[in-house]
Design a protein around this ligand. Structure first.
Ligand code: LMR
Length: 394
């Protein structure tokens, strides 16, 4: 049986994570996988999450099945948080996903049934998992231009020109905020123009919302997704609670479909449920229940929002400090863009041999396209990191 198989390509983010873990050197620096880190390099459990977990532990009476759609109260709380009531709930249907990736996979599989081999337009570059996920769902991934490698901002004219060529059979995958991997995100005015383009062409928007609250705040970061779902008749959103609730391995996410009307929403819901049942039957509930408990409790919610603000402010501070350190040492503004980018990541634009040199010689790990996880920058070693980066470039 297995002799017919070829070795598959493994995702570079998790390959790098394993390499980092296997590296015995003291002082190695992990700027790879997108996780928050405390000053000791540990990814902490949020205090609001710990309290919610304790409450669940104390009050849980059963672990029986929840049903295929999962934790409905969790989904409802996420719809409120992300969409803020801009669409009539009658048009919305949700199922829980195993993390944001699980949610996205359900949505892509439903789209693959709606448009077998249909084209799905993905930003160039994008999160490396988008492309294989689309292929697995029976869609045909195609890149649209996104990043200007010279200015390190969005090449918006090129992006818009490409989106304007789409048809009503096409799907466009949009990063809801905090673009991964570049860190260059759309402005509100650009979101408005993207939405006008979607209205002109009828292309179907699928929004990947994995970093809500990591850019400029929960409300500010929701501008794009709310604009999209309130402006077009049909859309989908994959929400992830992995980063903003620090729940990574618990796999909490929501697949949200917004249909023209309630009847059509029921059809989409049945398709989403059919995909879940035929793949994992039910999604894990622990993370979903944690988020539900936090969002439904005034005090825990306030505590979570404060923790999220702290994470976001820390990332912003690290961005400014690294940009400053490089500018002072190199006397050039070449890396000032790090402070301008938003969210967890920045694409540095370093050649792959420099990235490899940093890993092998200095124990500084970043993705081979030179994406760094800003939250992984050790605040007390920023000068040393800047020195290493500049030495590797020279
Ligand atoms: C990342 O991009 O590093 C994260 O989203 C983790 C992942 O699943 O790839």
């Amino acid at each position: 049986m297995f002799e017919t198989l070829k070795k598959a390509t493994l995702d570079k983010i998790f390959v790098l994570m394993a390499e980092y873990a296997a590296d015995p050197r003291d002082g190695k620096i992990d700027l790879g996988v997108g996780v928050d880190k405390d000053p000791k390099g540990v990814t902490p459990v949020m205090s609001s999450v710990k309290k919610a977990e304790q409450r669940i532990l104390d009050s849980a009476k059963t672990k029986t099945y929840k049903g295929v759609v999962g934790n409905k109260e969790f989904s409802a709380a996420i719809v409120d948080l992300a969409l803020g009531g801009v669409v009539d709930n009658k048009r919305i249907r949700c199922v829980n996903g195993a993390g944001g990736t699980g949610a996205l996979s359900i949505l892509m599989n439903v789209l693959g049934r709606a448009r077998p081999k249909g084209r799905i337009f993905i930003s160039d570059p994008s999160w490396p998992n988008h492309w294989p996920m689309a292929e697995l769902a029976g869609l045909t991934p195609v890149y649209y231009p996104y990043f200007d490698h010279k200015t390190r901002i969005v090449d918006f004219p090129a992006m818009l020109a490409a989106l304007d060529t789409l048809t009503s059979d096409d799907i466009v995958l949009l990063h809801g905020c905090c673009h991964n991997p570049t860190g260059a995100s759309l402005t509100n005015a650009q979101w408005d123009e993207v939405v006008e383009s979607l209205k002109r062409t009828g292309a179907f928007p699928l929004v990947d919302l994995a970093y809500l609250g990591f850019g400029d705040g929960l409300e500010a970061d929701a501008y794009g997704v709310r604009k999209v779902v309130s402006s077009v008749p049909e859309s989908m959103v994959a929400f992830s609670a992995s980063k903003n609730f620090g729940l990574y391995r618990e796999r909490a996410g929501v697949a949200i479909a917004i249909a023209r009307d309630s009847d059509s929403a029921d059809v989409v819901s049945s398709q989403m449920q059919n995909v879940i049942r035929a793949t994992i039957s039910q999604t894990p509930d622990h993370g979903a229940e944690i988020v539900r408990v936090i969002l439904e409790d005034k005090d825990l919610r306030a505590e979570w929002e404060a923790e999220l603000t702290e994470m976001r402010e820390r990332m912003k501070r690290l961005r400014v400090k690294l940009a400053d350190a490089i500018r002072q040492r190199s006397n050039s503004k070449d890396f000032d863009f790090i402070a301008e980018h938003t969210g967890m990541f920045s694409l540095l634009g370093l050649p792959e041999d420099v990235v490899t040199k940093l890993k092998l010689d200095d124990g500084v790990y970043m993705i081979n396209d030179s994406r760094i996880n800003v939250a992984g920058i050790p605040e007390d070693r920023i000068g040393e990191l800047a020195d290493k980066m500049l030495a590797a470039i020279r």
